[in-house]
Design a protein around this ligand. Structure first.
Ligand code: ZN
Length: 392
């Protein structure tokens, strides 16, 4: 039920186009996965997501295990039945969320990590939770996603090599335990799900290569590359993917966690990545930062108050087909819900179309041409930077 095939390659880079077969349909790769943290991509219903071009979406185990609880979701036939999205779904293991919880309030010591798992106090009600490799796997099987992730320990850019090594070691140990649990559950007849292992190792080349070799040796259906730097800086993401590129098996899908800006897609795809996700496009949308091929538009800026143009005349989304920048500006000024919805629709459509056009270029053998066209595109004042809005 879970297979991956490559149907086109770029001869000059590691870029490839493929098809990922899952129990809930085929994902044409490379593919960007919108994030539905709480079992919803904020503001959009499943049909709008499909219209925007989403093939596979991501949901967060950390959040859903707390609210409404994995058992509740299971009663409704898993996430597919509960949220009525019938396409493929990937759930993360909770490792990243626990790590960001620890970062958010280090003084409160909300998170304790040991060799057996993580203990944390819920950001919702303070209740204590314990995730182990086994429980994170069981929770994801209950949620019923098509792709589930091994529990991992993320590290920040600031940690020293010794700390990063310890975290990678733990991640490897946990990945083995997740694999064993996943195999055990499969033998007991659990629904067919694919487990991906996660490569860690921070900003250290040797650690990244060691982690890649270790995770690849587990022979899981897919390989993910995680860590704070993936997705937070294009330069770091590029270096890390370059360090490990030769170690990744050709016949497995590769997932760069947290890559979600339009330039980052190209950086990842030319390094052989097939899947990526990020909250960036939807988060930017809610802050009135609209993606445009020349850079972002901050729709609340005075320059858009009487602007009669659509956000992007070449975009096919509802926001661009029916409304003006002036109207969007007004909606955001008044904090109207429609503004957030239209902005989200636009940003997702923009990202999904960008990845889809890269795929088409790969299939038609003109990836190199596509890359040079992108590099020559004019930029708005301030450049084509989307990243500065990540933290807003
Ligand atoms: Zn649009």
């Amino acid at each position: 039920m879970f297979e991956f095939e490559i149907i086109a390659r770029d001869p000059g880079t590691r870029a490839r186009a493929g098809r990922l077969f899952t129990p809930h349909g085929v994902v044409e790769t490379p593919a960007f996965m919108p994030v539905g943290t709480q079992g919803t991509v904020k503001g959009l219903d499943p049909s709008e997501l499909s219209t925007a071009g989403a093939q596979m979406i991501l949901a967060n185990t950390y959040h859903l295990a707390q609210r409404p609880g994995a058992a509740v979701i299971e009663r409704f036939g898993g996430l597919h039945g509960f949220m009525r999205w019938d396409g493929p779904i990937l759930t993360d293991s909770g490792g990243f969320q626990v790590w960001s919880l620890a970062l958010r309030a280090p003084e409160r010591q909300l998170v304790r990590i040991d060799d057996d798992g993580v203990t944390f106090a819920s950001h919702v009600d303070g209740r204590r939770w314990r995730f182990t490799p086994e429980s994170a796997t069981d929770l994801q099987i209950q949620l019923g996603a098509d792709v589930i992730m091994a529990l991992d320990q993320c590290t920040s850019a600031e940690v020293d090599e010794q700390y990063a090594r310890r975290a990678a070691e733990r991640t490897h140990h946990w990945a083995r335990r997740c694999r064993d649990r996943w195999l055990e559950r499969q033998a007991q007849g659990s629904r067919s799900q694919a487990l991906f292992g996660i490569i860690q190792g921070g900003h250290y080349r040797d650690l990244r290569r060691w982690s890649a070799e270790t995770i690849v040796a587990l022979d899981l259906p897919g390989i993910a590359i995680g860590g704070e730097s993936i997705g937070y800086s294009k330069v770091d993401t590029a270096s890390i993917l370059d360090w490990i590129g030769d170690l990744l098996p050709e016949n497995r899908p590769r997932y760069a966690m947290g890559v979600g800006d339009p330039d980052g897609f190209l950086v990842a795809i030319e390094r052989g990545i097939d899947l990526f996700d990020s909250v960036l496009p939807t988060r930017l949308a809610r802050h009135g930062a609209l993606l445009h091929r020349e850079g972002r538009l901050r729709i609340l800026a005075a320059e858009f108050q009487t602007d009669e143009r659509p956000i992007d005349p070449e975009c096919r989304c509802l926001a661009c087909r029916q409304f003006t920048r002036a109207y969007l500006h007004h909606l955001f000024k008044c904090r109207e819900l429609l503004g957030y919805r239209l902005a989200t629709l636009h940003n997702l459509t923009f990202c999904l179309d960008r990845v889809s056009s890269i795929r088409t270029a790969l299939l038609e053998g003109r990836f190199e041409e596509f890359r040079s066209d992108v590099k020559q595109q004019p930029a708005r004042p301030g450049g084509r930077s989307w990243q500065r809005h990540v933290a807003c």
